[in-house]
Design a protein around this ligand. Sequence first.
Ligand SMILES: N[C@@H](CCC(=O)N[C@@H](CS)C(=O)NCC(=O)O)C(=O)O
Length: 219
Amino acid sequence: MKLYGDPGSGSTRRVFAALYHIGVEFDFELIDLFKGDNRTPAFLALNPNGMIPVLVDGDVVLWEASAINLHLAEKFGSDLLPPGAERALTLQWMFWAAEHWRQGPPALFGERIAKVVMGVAQDPRVIADAEASIRKFAAILDAHLEDRRYVIGNKVSLADFDLAATFTHLTRTHPPYAEFPNVMAWHQRLLDEVPAWARTRDEVEVRMAALLAPPGGAQ
Ligand SMILES: N[C@@H](CCC(=O)N[C@@H](CS)C(=O)NCC(=O)O)C(=O)O
C-alpha cells in the first residue's frame, strides 16, 4: 500500500492520521506541490485532478481523503467507522465537513500563506467572507460538542479527522476558532488523547518550518 502526499497538507494529514491510528504499514512518496510533482504525467495518471492525497492499494487507486479513509477503516475493520446508526452519523459529519466546514479555511490559507509567500497583496473581502463562513459553521459544531467528547459521542471517528484537519495551519491562517470554546476543547482533546493526531500535527510543523524557512537560512 502506498500513500502519495505531503505531510504539510491538511488533506494528506487526514489519511496519515487514519493509517497511524489503525496501525497499517505503508510506503510513502512525497508529492511536493511547490515543485510541481502533482503535474507530472505519472501523477496525473493516478489522479487527473493533480491533487494529493492518493492511495494505491493493489489494483485500487483512490483519491479524496475521505474515500481513502473509508476504504482503510472498512478494510481493517477499524472502530474509526462505527457500526449501525453511528456509521451514518459519521458519514453525515464527513459530508458536512466537505460541503461546509472546510470551505472557509482554504481561502484563509490562500490569503495568509500562499499570497504572503508569493508576495501578492491579500484581499480583505476574501478574508471577511472566509471568516463569516467559518463562524457560521463553527457555531453549529460548537453546539454539537457541548455535551460530547468527540463528534460521534465518546470515541474518535473518521468524522473527527475530517473536521479537525482545518486546525492544521491554525497558527498561520488564524481562523476565528477561539470564539468557540467547545470546538477548541475538542481539538485539544484530540491532540491530548489521540496519538495519531498529535503525531501528524508534529509532522505538519516540521514540514511547514522547512517550506517557509527563508532561502539560505534564518536572517
Ligand atoms: N477534496 C480533496 C482535496 C485535496 C486537496 O485540496 N489537496 C491539495 C493539498 S491540501 C492539493 O493537492 N492541491 C494542489 C492543487 O490544487 O493543484 C480531498 O479531500 O482529498
